[in-house]
Ligand binder design. Structure first.
Ligand code: SAH
Length: 348
């Protein structure tokens, strides 16, 4: 057992050295007594390494068609209840132009694993968006190294592919037909090709332990991730995990704060799923280590059709509303909206 004095010492150690053992991470994740001190330490590290600026990334959800069948995800192939859509490349470009007009310096292009978007089509979209002077983050799943290379050559700057969990057996149970080793191969290829690498995990998936979450954070450090998205698992009624208990807001932000303490200079989004569980979720996350928000720039009915999990926030809002809403929230906690592209500045 770790006594109280040890917990405080561990928080100090994390804040000053950015190194903890797996057992130490587990002890901190399990602690409830010194949670406020823990979050305050993550907030100080955030302030010291990445400052008060919050980077906004405009999220374009361009297709909800997916060939994969992940048990937790509403976009899974076997979910017949979701209305499928895919945006024309020209529409994706229109949304990117609008994102730029709202002042976003980055667009995140996210979709299911939709084979309709060939390499040539993606390369064309990437090139046209790059002409706008925007940074591009792709989040389109597992591809070959050659395909990643083509995206990179076309000008894509960052890539987001969550490992979801570092527990290989659990991953392969929840992502049938997928290989954990291949996911790691993707992450390593992306890093080698010079993308800013984003990954992350789900918190509270059935069968996950605190030990496993500690492994996740250590994994993020070992692959030198440039950004980490942590979000609670929210059971989706139209999936095989409908009856499971989801992750909590508190534990998700704890894993996020731990990530800030151990990877002090990376970019960490306050995730949308956090706000689904807590109406102040993103603002609280920004005060517990996060420095990025990804407002949705997808318009109209597509928002509700991109239903990964239920209760997704802001599905009836317009992109313009999201922009002013989030700006107000950021200013309300004494932070400012960044005017830079928001690349990672290595300081650790
Ligand atoms: N096809 C892309 C994008 C996936 S969707 C890819 O493979 O990277 C983006 C993220 O949503 C996933 O990485 C997963 O972590 C998250 N997600 C999926 N189902 C979820 C659920 N039920 N609750 C919360 N987050 C979920």
């Amino acid at each position: 057992m770790t006594d109280n004095k040890d917990i405080k010492a561990l928080i100090q150690k994390a804040e000053s050295t950015h190194m903890l053992s797996k057992d130490e991470i587990v002890a901190l994740l399990a602690d409830t007594q010194y949670q406020d001190e823990f979050f305050a330490a993550a907030d100080r590290v955030r302030q010291k390494y990445v400052g008060d600026e919050v980077h906004l990334r405009g999220l374009i959800e361009f297709s909800n068609i997916c060939k994969q069948n992940c048990l937790y995800c509403g976009l899974r192939r076997d979910n017949k209840k979701v209305n499928r859509y895919r945006l024309e490349p020209g529409t994706v470009l229109d949304f990117a132009i609008k994102a730029k007009s709202y002042g976003y310096r980055t667009v995140v292009l996210q979709s299911g694993e939709d084979e309709w978007f060939s390499v040539d089509t993606m390369v064309d979209i990437i090139k046209r968006i790059k002409e706008l002077g925007l940074a591009i983050t792709l989040s389109v799943g597992e591809k070959t190294r050659e395909v990643y290379q083509a995206y990179r050559d076309a000008g894509a700057d960052r890539y987001l592919l969550r490992i979801e969990t570092t527990d290989k057996a659990l991953y392969e149970k929840l992502d049938p037909g997928m290989s954990w080793d291949n996911r790691v191969r993707c992450l390593k290829d992306l890093k080698e090709l010079g993308f800013e690498l984003g990954t992350g995990c789900l918190v509270g998936i059935p069968g996950q332990s605190l030990e496993s979450l500690a492994d996740d954070v250590l994994f993020f450090k070992s692959i030198d991730a440039d950004m980490i998205g942590v979000g609670p698992f929210i059971p989706n009624p139209d999936t095989p995990l409908a009856e499971e208990v989801g992750g909590t807001f508190e534990l998700s932000t704890k894993v996020m704060a731990m990530t800030r303490l151990l990877l002090p200079d990376i970019n960490i989004p306050a995730t949308t799923a956090m706000e689904t569980l807590n109406p102040q979720g993103r603002v609280l996350a920004l005060q517990r280590g996060a420095n990025v928000v990804m407002p949705n720039v997808t318009e109209g009915d597509y928002r509700q059709m991109y239903m990964i999990y239920p209760g997704k926030i802001c599905i009836n809002d317009t992109p313009a509303h999201c922009r002013s809403c989030i700006t107000g929230k950021i200013r309300g906690i004494g932070r400012k909206v960044s005017e830079s592209h928001g690349f990672r500045v290595k300081r650790a």
